[in-house]
Design a protein around this ligand. Sequence first.
Ligand code: C2E
Ligand code: CA
Ligand code: CA
Length: 246
Amino acid sequence: DEFTLHYQPVVDARSEEVVSFEALLRWNSADHGFVSPAKFVPLAEDTRLIVPIGTWVMERACHEAAKHWPEHIKVNVNVSPEQLLESDFVANLVRALSESGLDPKRLEIEVTESIFLRDASVAREALESCMALGCSVALDDFGTGYSSLGYLRKLKFSTIKVDRSFVQGAAQKSPESLAIIRAVVAMADSLGMTTTAEGVENAEEAALIQHLGCSKIQGYYFGRPMPAEDVHRLFDRQGGERLISA
Ligand code: C2E
Ligand code: CA
Ligand code: CA
C-alpha cells in the first residue's frame, strides 16, 4: 500500500477551465522514502512489474474519476508499452471501466511512441480496441524520441502532448522550439487532433502557449499534481471549473 495516485489538472488554453486530470503515480517507500516515478517506473518496466502496477493505476484512476469528479472532467492515464502489449490489457481495461462505471469517453490513455518500437501491429490493435470502446488516446512526450510522422498516420490520436523541453525552449525564445511548436500545432489542427503543452510554469509561458495556438495546457502554473482529496476539495470549493493559479 505504498503507492498512491496524484492528479494534475489540464486546462483548456482559451477558457483556462479544467478539462481533465492526469493520474501520476507516487511511491512513498518505507525503505527509501519518496521515490520519483522517473526513477522507479523505468525499473518497473524492466522487471515487468509495471504490468500489475499499471492495472492498479487504471482501476484507481477510473474509480476516482467516476465516483468523485463532475461528468465533464476527463482522466488521463499513462500506459507503458509492456502493459499495452499484454494479451489481457483490453480485458483489464473493460473491467476497470465496468467496475467503476466510468463512461469510456472520459478516459484518455497516454502512450509514447516507444509502444511502436517493439510490436507495432499488436500495439496498434490494442489501441484500436480502446478507441472502439470509446476511449481516446494521446501521444505523450511528442518531439523527444524519433517523432516519426508515420505513427500519426497509423493511428487516430486525439491529442499530441508537446514535451516540456519545447515549452521551455520557446519561453527562452529559441527559434527552433518556437518553429517546432507552431508546426506541431498546424499539423495537429489539420489532422483533427488537439495539442497539450506540458510543463507550463508561469504566466509568460501560458501566454506564449496560448498565442502559439495549443488547445490545452498542463503545468505547475495551473496546478501541481495533487492528492485525490485536494481534487475533491477543489470541486467542493469552486465547482472545479476554474483553478486560480498560485
Ligand atoms: P509524464 O507522463 O510526461 O508526466 C508529466 C511529468 O511532468 C510529471 O512528472 C509531472 O509532475 C511533471 N510536470 C508537470 N507539470 C510540470 C511543470 O510545470 N514543470 C515541471 N518541471 N514538471 C512538470 P512525474 O509525476 O514525476 O512523472 C514522471 C514520469 O513517470 C511521467 O512523465 C510518466 O512517464 C511516468 N509515470 C508517472 N505515473 C505513471 C503511471 O501511472 N504509469 C506509467 N506507465 N508511467 C507513469
Ligand atoms: Ca503523461
Ligand atoms: Ca509527457
